[in-house]
Ligand binder design. Structure first.
Ligand SMILES: [Zn+2]
Length: 396
């Protein structure tokens, strides 16, 4: 069996008055998806379980067939898996941003979640200084990239640290950090290490935009079932994004790195499609994730979002589906969650899905793949982790 999941992060949207009541997906020129939709099955799938945050980590875990309400422990642990960081079962792993705040106090404002997109070079110096001065029996710092790093509390499991709820810094841009400040303050060891880190930043790096560390998204080590043992498919993930790589490593899939894959609109599309096809020539399943539409959703940029969807159609969907058609394989096209441009953040609505089985006689629906047609369909998959099971039923 040859099966591909093609995920356009944040592609789904709401009707926009700027587009005469249509969505970016409806407006985009997508000849490949249009052709596939005519013979495929359109429907909806709930990728974010009730009560969970609409994050890409949760949604993509569900699409890979693992119930987030069982396996999701936090953003930090997934990124630790991506970095192959040495973590123990009793550790609590935080994602740690280098950020810019107006001041780290109850009156502070979150100015920048990325410390003005700090360069790798500058971040490396800062992180190694923090490591040198702060690491001890209890705390470890794992360097990542740019503003994204990890902070680990050894033996932090079953302490109040596990339940502390800190906002992701990108969700509180230009907003007060008051609530988070008090959350930190209620956890003395955590508060203490932030104060000490901020002092080092101030004294050793007075010119840097990074004036505060921001630990969030914590949890215990990510443990996923083996993808092959669970679904019988030899699989790989292809993405520029750490959290997708983390899901791949944790479920024992192959993780294919593509040179020039940036996660932005100008990512190396051809590289991703070529690698997916090469992998499928040998094995069964490939999960291709494209970040572009989500970035445009966050930027509130309708034009770019349409363009990102068109590129997804042309450079990812087209070549991979041509190959799958020649092999009588199957393909799922969807997004992990909606990132509506006018909200500029994720929402937890069910996502539109398009499934094509090239090995079955087609029932021509003549429909276009759109949010509206997905809603009208009688296909609704209530639990994201059941999507892959439904697909495997279809292609049996
Ligand atoms: Zn996003």
């Amino acid at each position: 069996m040859k099966l591909a999941f093609l995920i356009a992060d944040g592609m789904g949207d709401y009707p926009l008055k700027e587009l005469d009541g249509r969505t970016p997906l409806e407006v985009a020129n997508t000849p490949n998806m249009d052709k596939l939709a005519k013979t495929g099955k359109i429907g909806l799938c709930r990728t974010i379980p009730e009560g969970m945050e609409p994050g890409s980590d949760i949604a993509n875990m569900a699409i890979l067939g693992f119930d987030p309400s069982v396996y999701h422990t936090g953003r930090g642990p997934i990124e630790a898996a991506a970095l192959k960081a040495p973590v123990d079962e009793n550790d609590i792993i935080f994602r740690m941003n280098l950020v810019t705040v107006s001041e780290f106090s109850e009156n502070g404002i979150m100015i920048d979640y990325s410390a003005a997109h700090i360069t790798d070079k500058e971040a490396k110096k800062i992180i190694s200084s923090l490591k040198e001065n702060l690491e001890d029996e209890a705390w470890k710092i794992i360097p990542g990239f740019q503003y994204r790093h990890l902070l680990i509390r050894k033996n932090g499991k079953n302490t109040s640290l596990e339940n502390t709820k800190i906002n992701p810094p990108h969700d509180i841009l230009d907003q007060s950090i008051r609530n988070d400040f008090f959350q930190y303050k209620n956890n003395e060891p955590l508060f203490d290490i932030i104060l000490r880190a901020n002092k080092i930043l101030k004294e050793n790096f007075p010119e840097s935009k990074a004036n505060c560390i921001w630990p969030w998204g914590q949890g215990k080590k990510l443990e996923l079932p083996d993808f092959f043992k669970t679904y019988g498919l030899k699989g790989a993930v292809i993405s520029a994004v750490d959290l997708i790589k983390g899901l791949g490593y944790a479920s024992n899939m192959e993780v294919i790195d593509i040179e020039g894959a940036t996660g932005l609109v100008d990512t190396n599309y051809n590289g991703k499609a070529e690698a997916a096809i090469e992998f499928l020539k040998q094995k069964d399943f490939v999960f291709v994730h494209l970040e572009g539409p989500d970035e445009c959703g966050h930027a509130g940029d309708i034009k770019s979002k349409i363009k990102a969807i068109e590129r997804f159609d042309k450079y990812i969907v087209g070549p991979i589906c041509n190959f799958l058609e020649s092999k009588k394989g199957a393909c799922l096209i969807c997004c992990d969650h909606l990132t509506p441009v006018y909200k500029r953040t994720h929402v937890s609505d069910p996502v539109p899905i398009l499934f094509i089985n090239f090995n079955a006689s087609s029932n021509k629906t003549g429909q276009k793949f759109s949010e509206m047609n997905a809603k009208k369909s009688d296909l609704f998959i209530e639990k994201g982790e059941d999507l892959i099971k439904w697909i495997l039923e279809q292609i049996k």
